[in-house]
Design a protein around this ligand. Sequence first.
Ligand code: BTN
Length: 332
Amino acid sequence: MATSPTTQLEILRELRQSKGDFVSGAELADRLGISRMGVWKHIQKLKAMGYEISSHPKGGYRLEEVPDSLAHGEIVPNLQTKWLGIPYHYLQTVSSTNDHALLLAAQNAPHGTVVVAETQTRGRGRLRREWISTPNRGIHVSILFRSPLPVRVAPQSTQIGALALVKVLRETFGLSSQIKWPNDVLVNHKKVAGILTEMQSDQDFSRFIVMGIGINVNHTAEDLAGPFRYPATSIAIETGLPVKRQHLLIQYLRQFEQDYELFLHQGLSALIPQLEEFSEILGKTVSVTYGDREITGRAEGFTPEGALLLLQSNGQQETIWVGDVARVESAP
Ligand code: BTN
């Protein structure tokens, strides 16, 4: 007998192909090479996962409604990528999808491995901040890369990850979304997503990189009522409509793969015009903390490698490779 997730995927495929007609248990059993009791057991498991499947003593089974789940069955058959999401790891609960991806990396998981969880018990952000992972409301995903990159430019994955989401939010949801360099995605000046990139390196080159993104999707204002450093929002709050997370995740992975390939072939410089166009901070006075320093200046632009150029009031220009923008003031 085939293993459960594969068999469940096959049952879902058969039910979808029947286009609203009932499929008999005997037919399913025959096609999948399992007993009718086996079919029934898998149907119960699918129901427990949130699939609405009606059964008829003579007719068999019919798929009525799919859950807003990020499980294999809803994502893998619909992926529009060449290498991203192969393999795709889905977990109900995990400490942190980044931790899990780092663990898989140490076990030789391939480039493009994706880890998704419905909730995280120790989701984390930059500077060891906590990332609130409300079950079944958000998207928590980590992507493993094995392209060896000079350590200094490896954090560029963060900016590619942010840009991909901004494009999807603009194109699919009509939201005027912006990037707060380097790792926050905003909508109407409120944070809708954050990115945490971690890596392991051999001297000057990365051995592997894990980029994790947390997206506030169907969160309500109450879910986001915590004392955040930056005001938070969700896509549902901004659009006024619930969002199918599976649709968003599929679009995001497709866009990310496209941008990442461009980056690999042409470098980040090919994406700088878009990073500048969608920047929240360019032309504004910002305070940036890095290490134990905080400097304030006008955000002038980005270098071809994605570092921030900051013009201080004494006329001195500073190039900042990694930092945290604490305050953004509008241009006078
Ligand atoms: C930040 O805003 O500082 C970054 C937040 C990153 C959160 C995501 S959720 C998926 C992945 N797993 C984690 O533990 N963190 C990232």
